[in-house]
Write a protein that binds this ligand. Structure first.
Ligand code: 4AD
Ligand code: MG
Length: 447
């Protein structure tokens, strides 16, 4: 009798054990006496070497085919792996035409090539490593919040508000409907922030981590129409310093967790897919800087001739500006705080300062990616918030939001982190479409 094991489990099993594994052939080589296979089942980057007598050879044992192998674990003559499987039976479960299969044995296909095959690219080492890292990073982020006393809230995916006020909404209605299903127009969420604010008013520290949708038309390397956002909201937060500290802690703690748990996968990435990035990353984890928007604009104006977009006080920072600032600051993460009041959504806290009127908002900029997180202290003062909503003509739509300030309002703040941008930063991946299993962006909704 053979024990059915995942390949990662087989690697830590006793020599001499009788086991069955199932997986996909990563290489097949037949010699006169023996057949050698490498079988991978996604449980780890390592494939299990299978050795069989030539009588077990089958022409259908080709790269990509699905197989079940039973045999005995024995010591491997190769240094690189601790053991191999001496097979007494090999069954081809699903064949794979090696001519049509888009990936070839022993070839390192680039991320751009494999992106053409979203349904198959997880069969490559690079993309399967990426998805294992993504899965571990998800756990790392949940662990961070759990260990720090946050309550996870499932904020709704369908909502009637446009939290960011940017009008990048996807509307939700039943196919072919001629009246609103929910009586009011409803949309896919662009941010769970407002629902988090409501719950922060009871739990003090809350977070959410889920899909987020934006009808952005841009074909950039850092925007998707569907992405995952991590959002946190913390009551009794008095200062920007309190808020940036949580952002920094989460970034560090999650990164250290992933680097410790995904050694082989991260190593594959940093050696073969995005060489040189690891050294850079450990440097990034050492320190971060804090500058105000006004200081940032001073830095930019000194080199304004380099930019396509204006960098005067009052202008939003564009990608080119963000990249320049990060470089200027020595390629470490930079917090930019206190943006012009008029650039920020209604919820941002009014700093009530001079002619250069600012809000207590913050962006975290990181090397290679630019904006990784956006956050702010929220306007907790009823009269200030009401005046702003009235000015924007939003006081009726947000009467429930004003209630949060009428009934036990407390100073609070929060932020959102783009999970895909985090993975780009961690692994040095240039294009955001290469860090999500099935990317959705304008003019593309494959599968
Ligand atoms: O800066 P944003 O728009 O902030 C908010 O939505 C706040 N309501 C969050 C909060 O305070 N709770 O988005 C937050 C982050 C950005 O910094 C960016 O990393 C990511 O979400 N992001 C995107 N990632 C991929 N594709 C897009 N289209 C993105 N738009 C934003
Ligand atoms: Mg932003």
């Amino acid at each position: 009798t053979h024990k059915k094991l995942r390949i990662s489990e087989a690697f830590s099993s006793q020599l001499g054990a009788n086991v069955t594994v199932q997986g996909w052939v990563r290489s097949a080589r037949a010699q006169k006496v023996n057949v050698f296979l490498h079988v991978n089942d996604g449980s780890s980057l390592q494939s299990l070497q299978v050795v069989a007598g030539a009588e077990l050879n089958d022409p259908l044992l080709t790269f990509g085919s699905a197989v079940e192998v039973s045999g005995i674990l024995q010591e491997s003559p190769h240094e690189k792996q601790p053991l191999e499987l001496q097979a007494d039976s090999i069954r081809v479960i699903g064949e794979c035409d090696p001519v049509d299969f888009p990936f070839k044995v022993k070839k390192r296909h680039g991320l751009e090539y494999i992106r053409q095959f979203p349904h198959l690219r997880c069969r490559t080492n690079a993309f399967s490593s990426l998805l294992r890292i993504r899965s571990e990073a998800t756990s790392a982020i949940h662990s961070y919040f759990k260990d720090n006393g946050f309550v996870q809230i499932h904020t709704p995916i369908i909502t009637s508000n446009d939290c960011e006020g940017a009008g990048e909404l996807f509307q939700v209605e039943p196919a072919g409907a001629d009246e609103h299903f929910f009586s009011v127009p409803a949309f896919l969420t662009v941010s769970g922030q407002l629902h988090l604010e409501a719950t922060a008013g009871a739990f003090s520290k809350v977070y959410t981590f889920g899909p987020t949708f934006r009808a952005e038309n841009s074909q950039s390397r850092r925007h998707l129409a569907e992405f995952y956002m991590v959002e946190a909201e913390i009551s009794f937060t008095q200062s920007m310093e309190d808020l940036t500290k949580v952002m920094e802690d989460m970034f560090r703690s999650a990164t250290e967790h992933v680097l410790a748990r995904c050694v082989e996968d991260v190593d594959l990435f940093h050696r073969h897919v995005t060489p040189g990035h690891r050294v850079f990353l450990s440097f990034v984890l050492l320190s971060s800087l804090r500058i105000t928007y006004t200081e940032a604009v001073d830095i930019l104006t000194r080199s304004s001739e380099q930019f396509a977009f204006p960098s005067d006080w009052g202008c939003d920072l564009k990608t080119e500006h963000e990249k320049y600032l990060v470089k200027h600051c020595g390629n470490v993460p930079v917090f930019v705080t206190d943006y012009p009041y008029d650039l920020k959504p209604f919820y941002a806290r009014d700093n009530q300062d001079g002619p250069r009127h600012t809000a207590a908002a913050v962006d975290l900029l990181v090397p290679g990616v630019g904006e990784l997180c956006g956050g702010s202290l929220r306007e907790e003062r009823l009269s200030v918030l009401r005046a702003r909503l009235e000015q924007l003509g939003l006081e009726d739509a947000y009467s429930w939001y004003l209630d949060l300030r009428r009934f036990g309002s407390a100073p609070h703040g929060g932020f959102g982190l783009g999970f895909e941008r985090y993975l780009q930063c961690l692994l040095g991946v240039d294009n955001i479409k290469d860090v999500i299993p099935f990317p959705r962006f304008s003019r593309s909704c494959l599968l």
